[in-house]
Design a protein around this ligand. Structure first.
Ligand SMILES: [Zn+2]
Ligand SMILES: [Zn+2]
Length: 142
């Protein structure tokens, strides 16, 4: 990588050459990286406080799940939610908000038997077994 031009400095973290205005007078880390580190630290302390995770454990889970929701496997730009069992507080894993709140919470009420039947239902819809395919296209809506 080229040496920074005059008026520029290389951030020791993101390793980009950035204008001086992104740095504190003697700082080696750019303001973007500093903010990011602050947010990460705040998140880390929140998950420790709220879920009893030890330092670095969120990152262990996140890396093991490849940064994806453990259920839908989608990657999120935001942090994943720490999902826990509301009965005993035990941490189960990291989920996207939708899977955590809508699917497990509202939809299945944390019941594995409900989710198993939901999967079976989608794989083999009972109405199709009884009536055959019924496909209705409502022309009024088109
Ligand atoms: Zn940086
Ligand atoms: Zn999900």
């Amino acid at each position: 990588m080229a040496e920074p031009r005059k008026g520029f400095r290389r951030c020791s973290r993101c390793e980009r050459n950035r204008s001086q205005r992104f740095f504190a007078p003697r700082g080696r880390v750019c303001s973007t990286c500093r903010k990011q580190a602050g947010r990460k630290a705040a998140h880390e302390s929140r998950v420790q406080r709220t879920y009893g995770l030890r330092p670095g454990e969120y990152d262990v889970l996140f890396a093991a799940q490849d940064g994806r929701c453990a259920i839908c496997r989608e990657r999120r730009s935001q942090n994943l939610s720490v999902d826990h069992d509301h009965k005993n507080g035990a941490v189960r894993g990291l989920l996207c908000r939708r899977c955590n709140n809508q699917l497990l919470g509202k939809g299945a009420r944390d019941r594995a038997d409900v989710l198993r039947r939901a999967a079976d239902y989608l794989d083999a819809p009972p109405a199709q077994a009884l009536l055959g395919l019924r496909i209705h296209i409502d022309n009024q809506q088109a």
